[in-house]
Design a protein around this ligand. Structure first.
Ligand code: TRP
Length: 339
């Protein structure tokens, strides 16, 4: 019996942080045993946006792979794939673009937001970037995946995937492409250390998976304890409002929302029996306890520079077998194999 298939991925733009872990990686880990998994490093997608920063992308491909390995994703169980190593990603993108709606593309809210951010920062918007949602549809349909564990911001792309698959199946009277389902992680959007809605490397408010103990200490020390500036705490031992303090969202993520300790910390904060400083001290212990084994594993892996490269070539080779089959079936459905 074949296992249900997952395809999911990330753009290689830098090392990963806690937001990636609780929004996605945790779910990937939970599924790698009972699903046939393809974890994609979407380098084309990054190039559409950072074409002038090839060194950054090259480094990020390695960083992302190291982070995946360090958190326990296992290349023996799941194929780690580089988008550009499997030319079928490009070919299927071309084929599916023939049934993808231009109108839908221009209305994709995630794409629109990204494009306006590029325009605000006076960056060029390339055609490759504009059409990346089509290539993302192809990424997902290439292994004919049925489950895609990703962050909430990816939902419009999943909607497009189902639309395009349906349109293709209808147009060419086939049932080649299955319906896919999104699976959002336990913490869809982790707040940043500055209390901003989203942890992000570019906002400088991220705790990275590779941060060492002293970096971590510095970041937590600087963390805001009151996002509103209205916390009615008049002294370290006055009643506090946990909702104003991002530390409590981190406790929920790291210890589990319903855990005794997360609830106890909240209760003590509300009662004014724990200071902001003591909250941070405990947070540092908890985060460091979480990151220490990841950091250690990463250091081991970094000692063998050939390993990352092998993992990516091997995983891509594995996906390619299936990819070639899908492209052949797609071409047959479109009746372009023989004129
Ligand atoms: N758009 C995703 C991101 O920005 C990366 C990605 C590319 C992806 N192809 C995918 C995610 C296919 C899920 C499925 O991180």
């Amino acid at each position: 019996m074949s296992r249900p298939r997952i395809l999911t991925g990330m753009r290689p733009t830098g090392a990963l942080h806690l937001g990636h872990y609780f929004g996605a990686l945790e779910t990937w880990l939970a599924h790698q045993d009972d699903h046939e998994c393809y974890f994609l490093i979407a380098d084309y997608q990054a190039l559409g946006d950072y074409s002038d920063q090839v060194d950054l992308i090259r480094d990020a491909v390695r960083q992302v792979t190291l982070d995946w390995l360090a958190v326990g994703l296992d290349p023996e169980k799941a194929a780690f794939v580089v988008q550009s190593y499997v030319p079928e990603h490009a070919e299927l993108t071309m084929l599916l673009s023939m049934v993808s709606s231009y109108r839908d593309l221009t209305r994709n809210p995630t794409l629109r937001k990204e494009i306006s951010q590029l325009e605000e920062s006076k960056k060029r918007v390339t055609v490759g970037f504009f059409t990346y949602p089509v290539s993302q549809v192809a990424d997902i349909l290439l292994p004919r995946a049925t489950l895609v564990p990703v962050g909430v911001d990816q939902a419009p792309h999943l909607e497009s995937t189902n639309k395009v698959a349906k349109e293709f199946n209808r147009t060419y009277a086939t049932d080649l492409f299955p319906e896919v389902e999104i699976k959002v992680g336990r913490v869809p959007r982790l707040v940043g250390t500055d209390g901003q809605a989203k942890m992000s490397k570019s906002l400088g408010n991220a705790i990275e998976l590779r941060d060492d103990a002293s970096t971590l200490k510095r970041k937590i020390k600087r963390m805001v304890s009151d996002v509103t500036g209205e916390n009615p705490r008049l002294s370290a031992t006055a009643p506090g409002v946990p909702e104003y303090n991002p530390a409590f969202l981190y406790f929920d993520a790291l210890l589990g929302e319903g855990s005794d300790e997360a609830r106890d910390l909240r209760a003590r904060y509300e009662a004014g029996t724990i200071s902001d400083g003591a909250v941070k001290e405990r947070l540092l212990e908890v985060v460091d306890g979480f990151l220490a084994p990841i950091r250690e594993r990463r250091a081991e892996l970094e000692a063998d520079p050939g390993y990352v490269s092998d993992v990516l070539h091997e995983g891509s080779r594995r996906e390619r077998v299936l990819a070639a089959e899908t492209v052949q079936l797609t071409r047959e459905a479109m009746r372009i194999t023989d004129y």
